[in-house]
Write a new protein. Structure first.
Length: 372
């Protein structure tokens, strides 16, 4: 400090604070040896309070306005100093300016998940995030309880403590609410109101006032959200059988468009899938309300059908055939006891005589008429 600053500090005429920051809560007025001139002008702007401290002891508190620092304006300080008939200039005292405006958009959130018992999912862990606004409601208490002798105090130095209080009270409010996780989005305001009531009392002990408190988001762990998304997707798809048929048909179309899709193996696979899809689509079309005219949509399901068999005819796969179609093949002489057949559930192609349901059909069909 230069000589001029030292001399000016000993004879301060105006005591004021112009706040150009966005996060300063307390500012200690700079002075040389804490000396203030008798009759100096104190200016306290809107959103501020000025506090005089004498040797660590809280003295007078001034709200917004302009004051001449004389004995009648400093009753507590005059008592502490023993000024009965005025005082000699200069006098010594620390002056703290406290910002009493609202500090908005302060963030809070759970560092670790909060475990709760959900009525639908059972034990779950959730995280919560939100914002709040605070202001200093009792500057003297705030200086005494929080600031102490610190010359410059910002919101960052108190928000950690407020966040800890919010998280602790939120855990209690959430556990007692009994609200299901899937319904919480509709109760953010209710949870915020419960949390507000619980936190206000705690902050009053620090000279702070909680102005607003918002719960903006309550989320589940990523693994649980992924499972929930899958469950939602299944609900959107509806009939999984029809969806699987659609996916299979799409895959066949894609394979047919690919000239390098695996040669004969891919071709055989495509043919097999095509036959299977034809069978499934035929069954769907034959269901009441789908492929039969006049069938009642609310009627009984069709009678169960027998197994469908594929038949190896002339070195190629044909079918699938039901019992009546197999009888026609036998009557025409195309299906013999040595013909290979296969149905779903069989490990490999087998001679018709060794497949009991097919072998029985040979006895039910008369032999061909001998030539004249």
């Amino acid at each position: 400090m230069g000589l001029f600053d030292k001399i000016r500090g000993e004879f301060i005429d105006v005591v004021e604070w112009t706040d150009d920051s966005s996060n300063t809560l307390v500012y200690r007025f700079p002075r040389h040896n804490n000396e203030i001139k008798n009759g100096a002008q104190l200016t306290v702007r809107e959103g501020q309070a000025a506090i005089f401290v004498d040797e660590g002891q809280l003295a007078d508190v001034f709200g917004p306005g302009m004051y001449s620092l004389e004995t009648e304006n400093l009753p507590i300080l005059s008592t502490l100093k023993g000024w009965k008939h005025g005082f000699e200039s200069p006098f010594k005292a620390e002056v703290y300016f406290v910002s009493t405006r609202q500090f908005t958009d302060q963030k809070w959130g759970t560092k670790n998940p909060v475990t709760m018992r959900d009525p639908e999912f059972g034990p779950v862990r959730v995280r919560a995030f939100g914002t709040y606004a605070i202001r200093v409601s009792d500057p003297g208490k705030f200086i005494t309880e929080i600031v102490g002798t610190e010359g410059h105090f910002t919101t960052e130095e108190v928000t950690d403590q407020i966040r800890n209080i919010l998280v602790a009270r939120f855990s209690d409010a959430l556990a007692e609410s009994g609200i299901a996780v899937l319904d919480m989005a509709a109760h953010y305001d209710e949870l915020g109101a419960k949390l507000d009531d619980r936190v206000k009392h705690d902050l009053e002990g620090y000279g702070l006032e909680l102005r607003t408190l918002l719960v903006e988001n309550i989320s589940l762990p990523p693994a649980v959200e992924e499972a929930l998304d899958k469950r939602t997707s299944m609900g959107v798809l509806g009939d999984m059988t029809k969806y699987t048929q659609y996916q299979a048909a799409t895959a066949i179309g894609d394979a047919a468009k690919n000239p390098d899709g695996g040669g004969l193996a891919a071709g055989g696979l495509g043919a097999g899938l095509g036959l299977a899809m034809a069978s499934q689509m035929g069954q769907v079309l034959n269901q009441p309300g789908q492929g039969q005219a006049g069938a009642s949509a609310g009627g009984p399901p069709p009678l169960p059908k027998g197994a469908q068999y594929f038949v190896a005819l002339d070195g190629e796969q044909a079918g699938p055939f039901g019992a009546e179609a197999l009888k026609e093949q036998i009557a025409a002489g195309r299906l013999t006891r040595d013909t290979l057949v296969w149905a779903e559930g069989m490990a490999e192609w087998t001679a018709a005589s060794d497949v009991d349901p097919v072998a029985k059909l040979f006895g039910a069909v008369p032999p061909p008429i001998p030539p004249a």
